[in-house]
Design a protein around this ligand. Structure first.
Ligand SMILES: Cc1ncc(COP(=O)(O)O)c(C=O)c1O
Length: 392
């Protein structure tokens, strides 16, 4: 009998499972379904950014960039962070360009967290944060965001901070809930960070995808938080370029020095020609962001109507491009069974709610839909969901 996988895998790797989201994508392909599981756009990226990438390759910017990022891109990041988020930063000392915000997050956590230290995570959470804390041997402390508007209990959060707390991860606008943290909420969190000397690690990749007049606020712009925040972002969502793998972490000089070391030995760097094109993206005409938000608002409204017509209970998002729904009343045993039922029988892939929670019971009646899709893709999904309604 051969050795099974367990004999070779590290204890670390055995502590988490394969990504459920990317598994749903594979199942969807098998059933030739409409993929409303994994959050990537199926429409083209802006032409001027693609042309910039072609030019960069032709100009032979094809070797390693400086490990912490091409100067042109770091300059563009600093300019944009200043006008949009209201914080001036030094592109020489306070930015690390990484392979997407995914690498920026894990490099940042590995750079600051010691074994056994605690990291506070709001749940439901973007699924990477679970394995991220395991990979840096941190102890995650989960704080529930309560529906319908995904508020947190201030007392519960206050109790979670202690001498072992190293960081708190904040994702706003939020995946999967669509919550946009308010100034009051961020100020409350900031006060706790300042009191306990805790680093706020913020994932702001949906900062331009906002609805109903919601405003994005960067934690780093709050008094006293500039040097106690690691602000993470990428070109993936704002410019529909999830496959390019260009993201970054913005932090004080001393935090950045640690992040740069981890990043260098993990990946050396993000693709050089795509970094050059990312600089073009960040300098795009500012009207682009209004159009982006407006287009997404139309998609949100369309899918919301379709889901409600099909009998789903929805939590209306104020930002990002997902809709959390409640499916408990459909009478299928749990969220995983429901997601499989929907993709296998009706050809619509979603993500089971439990994959966003540390305690799966909290997500047992929920599934998440995403909508960064062409109108025709959403129409196809609508057709399939009408079929679901008819056969229920
Ligand atoms: C909250 C959040 N953070 C990070 C990512 C991954 O981003 P990137 O492509 O920049 O690694 C995603 C992708 O869905 C996300 O939803």
């Amino acid at each position: 009998m051969g050795m099974n996988l367990k004999n070779y895998s590290s204890n670390r790797a055995m502590k988490f499972t394969e990504s459920v989201i990317r598994e749903m994508t594979r199942i969807c392909l098998k059933h030739k379904g409409v993929n409303l599981a994994q959050g990537f756009p199926d429409f083209p990226a802006p032409a001027e950014i693609k042309e910039a990438a072609l030019r960069a390759i032709q100009a032979d910017l094809n070797q390693y960039a400086i490990t912490w990022g091409a100067p042109n891109l770091r300059q563009a990041i600093a300019e944009k962070f200043s006008w949009y988020n209201g914080v001036a930063i030094d592109p020489e000392r306070e930015i690390t360009v990484c392979c997407g915000s995914t690498e920026a997050m894990i490099s940042s956590l590995l750079a600051i967290v010691n074994s056994g230290e605690e990291v506070i995570v709001f749940e439901p959470f973007y699924e990477n944060y679970g394995p991220d804390t395991i990979l840096c041997d941190a102890k995650p402390r989960f704080i529930t965001l309560h529906e319908p508007d995904w508020y947190f209990d201030e007392e519960e959060l206050t109790q979670a901070f202690n001498n072992k707390t190293k960081a708190i991860i904040i994702n706003t606008p939020n995946n999967p809930t669509g919550k946009v943290f308010s100034l009051e909420e961020l100020q409350f969190i900031a006060n706790l960070c300042l009191k306990w000397g805790v680093i706020a690690v913020t994932d702001e990749i949906y900062e331009h995808i906002l609805y109903d007049g919601a405003k994005h606020i960067s934690m780093a712009s709050l008094p006293g938080m500039r040097d106690q925040t690691i602000s993470i972002n990428s070109i993936s969502k704002t410019y529909s370029l999830t496959g390019w793998r260009v993201g970054w972490a913005i932090a004080s000089e001393s935090l950045t020095a640690a992040i740069r070391k981890v990043h260098d030995f993990l990946t050396v760097g993000s693709p050089h020609p795509l970094q050059e094109a990312a600089a073009t993206a960040l300098r795009i005409d500012r009207s682009y962001y209004n159009t982006l938000a407006k287009d997404y608002e139309e998609r949100r409204d369309f899918l919301s109507r379709v889901l409600e017509d099909a009998g789903f209970r929805i939590y209306r998002p104020r930002g990002a491009y997902y809709i959390m729904t409640d499916v408990g009343h459909f009478g299928i045993s749990d969220d995983v069974a429901f997601a499989f039922h929907l993709v296998e029988k009706f050809g619509v892939a979603t993500v089971p709610g439990s994959s966003f929670y540390s305690r799966s019971s909290l997500g047992a009646t929920k599934v998440r839909f995403c909508f960064p899709k062409k109108r025709e893709t959403l129409e196809q999904a609508a057709e399939k969901l009408r079929n679901f309604k008819a056969k229920r």
